[in-house]
Design a binder for this molecule. Structure first.
Ligand code: ISE
Length: 332
């Protein structure tokens, strides 16, 4: 295959960002079709990347000049759209969540397994971030000894009011779910959520921040502080504590020492596009290269399903205040 011809479905912030990357920074790919719920938006992005706009997402998936699909539509649209890609047998990069419920995610895992070749990649971009890759290597090289505890911090400067406690689990904590599985190479078996004093910036009924505690198959503990209305900046940190050492990433490498007033400081990234911009591009390049070889080189349908299953348990933990066991089917 010469160039991978891609349909981008959904051109809100992430879809538009990916479409621009695919038509400028990513090699071996071209956006040929753009679709969005809002036709003007689709037309605008299509014009900016030299593609055509199509009103029906399924027409886009089935178009003759489309070899692969990037899905960045709202989560509720993913199930049908990913299934349509599997029906056509073409590669798909789907932003999280894979789908919005456990049963439909597992059905997709099974359907892809029946097809006998991997077609689905899920957009967990942190796996492509240089710092996470380095941290994973430290673990697999044994530099930290047996990893015992993982501490995560996930802070956003601001979010819209619809970001309630459950949404914080599904939309934000889902990244730490994938990070924990990626770093530790095992499944998460239970979730507990501790709610403390909420910031006055949070709407009534929303617990922000929260501390989420995961347990893994082997009994390791992963903690995650999720705080999405800090009013400060975008801060994503991860510390792995092992038997013979610990390592922390996300400390912002652009720290500078100010000698004039004797204080030190630096700048933090304002949002996830700035913090993970390079990782998104690596993610896309690896997806394009793998799709052209007829395979997938990143988190797949199983990872998407596992994340949905853990988040479902997390949401129940928010509602009940209990430690909730993760219900997962067997891997086909
Ligand atoms: C957002 O949807 C993302 O995926 C970002 O990576 C995450 O940091 C943020 O909290 C989410 O809302």
């Amino acid at each position: 295959m010469t160039e991978l011809r891609i349909a981008v479905l959904g051109v809100g912030m992430m879809g538009a960002f990916h479409a621009a990357a695919l038509s400028s920074r990513i090699r071996g790919a071209r956006v040929t079709v753009v679709n969005d719920f809002f036709p003007e938006k689709a037309a605008e992005v299509a014009a900016s990347v030299g593609a055509r706009a199509v009103a029906d997402p399924f027409e886009a998936i089935r178009a003759e000049d489309v070899d692969a699909v990037l899905i960045a539509t709202p989560g509720r649209a993913h199930d049908e759209q990913v299934n349509a890609c599997l029906d056509r047998g073409i590669p798909v990069l789907c932003e999280k969540p894979l789908t919005t419920d456990i049963a439909s995610s597992y059905a997709i895992v099974q359907k892809e397994a029946r097809l006998g070749r991997p077609l689905i990649q899920v957009g967990f971009m942190r796996r492509f971030d240089a710092e996470y890759v380095a941290l994973k290597k430290l673990i697999t090289d044994g530099a930290l000894g047996n990893p015992l505890v993982v501490h995560c911090t996930h802070r956003n400067p601001t979010v819209p009011d619809f970001f309630n406690s459950e949404f914080m689990i599904r939309d934000s904590v889902v990244h730490e779910v994938d990070v924990a599985r990626f770093l530790l190479d095992e499944e998460i078996t239970s979730v507990q959520v501790l709610k403390g004093v909420a910031t006055k910036a949070a709407p009534a009924g929303t617990s922000d921040p929260m501390i989420v505690v995961f347990e893994t198959e082997s009994g390791r503990i992963v903690t995650d502080e999720i705080y999405v209305r800090t009013g400060v900046a975008y801060e994503v940190r991860t510390e792995v504590v092992g038997e013979s050492g610990s390592a922390t990433i996300g400390l912002d490498q652009n720290l500078v020492v100010k000698t004039t007033d004797g204080r030190w400081g630096g700048s933090l990234t304002p949002g996830f596009v700035q913090r993970f911009g390079a990782a998104y591009d690596v993610e896309l390049q690896r997806w394009v290269d793998a799709a052209r070889r007829g395979t997938v080189d990143g988190p797949g349908a199983w990872d998407g399903y596992a994340a949905v299953a853990v988040c479902e348990a997390g949401v129940e933990a928010v509602r009940t205040g209990q430690k909730v066991r993760v219900a997962m089917e067997a891997r086909p």
